[in-house]
Ligand binder design. Sequence first.
Ligand SMILES: [Zn+2]
Length: 200
Amino acid sequence: MKLETITFECPFCCVSLKHELPEYTDNDEIIRFSDGFTTYPGQSFFSKLVQCPVCNEVFLIDSIEDHQPCRNDNPCTETMEPAFDRYFEFLKNSALTPEQDLMIRLEIWHLGNHHPDRNSELLNDYDSKEKWIEHLDYLETLLKETNPDELLFKAELNRYLGRFTRSLELLDKYQGDVPAKFIKTIRKKISKGNTEVFEI
Ligand SMILES: [Zn+2]
């Protein structure tokens, strides 16, 4: 996996920003986790939500259409990763499509499981952890049983929250095409009372 640096204007204060994006090739070996998080060997967490350090506004990196490769003669300010609270604020204030809303909510779940800084924030800060769990409860209600991917996330979220009976009920309804071995592993984890997210 290579990193590509893009430059663009902040959609709020118009300052020149630069941001690193991963560039994948077919040879990159993808690593998948049971909560839907995917990564590559040696890759850090790439958030879809980024912050401008000049005006402090946050926005989705996918919403930036007009960007150019970074030029050496163009001094740009590097984007920041938003803190946990900014994700929740962003969900409240933006006119997001249902798909974007769900994507950000899934990312908040993944932040707690896979982002080293956010994970330690959750372990050490009672209020953040409380907010995160509250968020997971709400995310569970949004995930639809009619969509096989969402049903699987829903089952995994219930296992993660220790609701094993509900998780099994959902798994019984699953008719998607993930390997049977994966479903079997989830069932095994449930029988052992294991709530941890695992690498597939
Ligand atoms: Zn800005």
